[in-house]
Ligand binder design. Structure first.
Ligand code: CAP
Ligand code: MG
Length: 433
């Protein structure tokens, strides 16, 4: 058949009204090519379902009828959006999980010579597919219930221990204690710190948990410690088992470098009875280009499927990302906080260059059901970590009460000093790009 002036194999083409969203995984791509987008969609459908570069004699009628993906919606011209529907039967739902899904909707297609650029913008997963996964064990409600913020629902305050590497277990525990007393709800390892010789995981875990027990005795508050178990598969399980046996109350994983099945393995392990904090190191290799790669909203969906309880999704203002991207971050956060076929929610984490001066804009643009994370913005406070944590809590209080920071700072000296040091640094990122 001819569409848009080119020949399209009708096995790989459908009308939008013939695509039932309950029976198809639907991928939305932005593409650039010398061909019309509809032809690019057909090429993706062929490569990622039953075809290859030539007709093969081994193909059967059953295969064609049941397993062919179909291009069914597209923008005219050779640049634009195209939708491809993949029959649910194409996927190994029982054992394949996310790797199989990604090998199909985000697989070979990125390297096809006929396509100059391709960005996977979104993926619709049918209810039956989503329900094959268990999702988060805790979600926002579970995390809030541990921390004790179910009632007031203020943003949580997290800190990344800094310097990101180099402190000994004892020094790390001291920083955790100071941050806890100052008012953080979460202490996390940096994504690059796991089990290095200068700070072995096991000793660090024991010491930090002791420090946070002291914080609890002194203040009555529970502070989570997201201990980074990102490692080889077996190494990760060894660290996680040790952590669970020694009183850990949260684990952390770098989901893209460790892989989605690693997160799923932790989340589905009945002996791991703590929330999982998910860092997205390396995401920008996939997400940063506007024309090529994979959009963060796809990664966010997959993290929710396989059981992350908290996920870094970006900031409205901060050191990472690009100007004006807050609308997309907000949209992802709203997805993580909304109903999705019965799976628990995920608490978004705003991180990267956050300090008190830009807390209100982040809370206003990204929503209150969030973790506001600050490393430099706490440990860089001129009066030290404890005062840094206090200043961040004061900024959060001011933000939720709607009081301008300068006004709030008049009788909150920690906040005043932080504002004097950093002012509105990075605030311009919240403007339109
Ligand atoms: C933040 C952070 C996080 C980034 C990652 C860092 O520290 O620990 O890794 O937030 O970005 O090392 O940069 P600071 P994202 O508070 O000191 O900047 O959350 O966007 O994935
Ligand atoms: Mg970091």
């Amino acid at each position: 058949m001819r569409v848009e002036g080119v020949e399209i194999d009708e096995t790989f083409f459908a009308r939008p009204e013939d695509v039932d969203p309950d029976s198809y995984v639907i991928a939305k791509y932005y593409v650039e090519s010398d061909l019309p987008t509809v032809k690019v969609g057909e090429q993706i459908a062929i490569e990622e379902s039953i075809g290859t570069w030539t007709k093969v004699t081994t193909e059967t009628e059953w295969i064609r009828r049941h397993l062919a993906a179909k291009v069914f919606k597209y923008e005219r011209g050779s640049k634009g959006v195209v939708y491809v529907a993949f029959p649910l039967e194409l996927f190994d739902v029982e054992t394949g999980g996310v790797p199989n899904l990604l090998s199909i909707v985000a697989g070979n297609l990125f390297g096809l010579s006929a396509i100059r650029h391709c960005r996977l913008l979104d993926v619709h997963l049918p209810r039956d597919y989503v329900r094959a996964f268990k999702g988060p064990k805790f979600g926002i409600e579970g995390v809030r219930s541990i921390v004790g913020t179910l009632e007031d629902r203020r943003p949580h305050l997290g800190t990344i221990v800094k310097p990101k590497v180099g402190l000994s277990p004892e020094q790390t525990a001291k920083v955790a204690y100071e941050a806890g007393v100052g008012g953080v709800d979460l202490v996390k390892d940096d994504e690059t710190l796991t089990n290095q010789r200068f700070c072995p995981f096991k000793e660090r875990l024991v010491r930090v948990m002791e420090a946070l027990d002291r914080v609890r005795e002194e203040t009555g508050r529970v502070v989570l410690y997201a201990a980074n178990v990102t490692a080889s598969y077996d190494g990760m399980l060894e660290l996680a088992d040790f952590a669970m046996e020694h009183g850990a109350n949260c684990l952390m994983i770098d989901v893209l470098t460790a892989g989605f099945p690693a997160l799923q393995r932790l989340a589905e392990d009945p002996s791991i009875k703590v929330p999982i904090h998910v860092h997205r190191a390396m995401h920008a290799a996939l997400t940063r280009s506007r024309v090529h790669g994979i959009h963060m909203r796809v990664i966010a969906k997959l993290v929710r499927l396989v059981g992350g309880d908290q996920l870094h999704t970006g900031t409205a203002a901060g050191k990472m990302g690009v100007k004006g991207e807050w609308r997309e971050v907000r949209e992802i956060n709203d997805f993580l906080r909304s109903e999705w076929h019965g799976l628990k929610t995920v608490m978004p984490v705003a991180s990267g260059g956050i300090h008190p001066g830009i807390v209100p804009i982040n809370v206003r643009l990204l929503g209150r059901d969030i973790v506001i994370n600050a490393g430099g913005g706490i440990h860089g406070h001129p009066w030290g970590t404890r005062a840094g944590a206090k200043a961040m809590r004061q900024a959060i209080e001011a933000a939720i009460r709607g009081v301008p920071l300068e006004e709030y700072a008049r009788d909150h000296p920690e906040l005043r000093v932080a504002l004097e040091k950093w002012g509105q640094l990075f605030a311009e990122k919240a403007q339109e790009g």
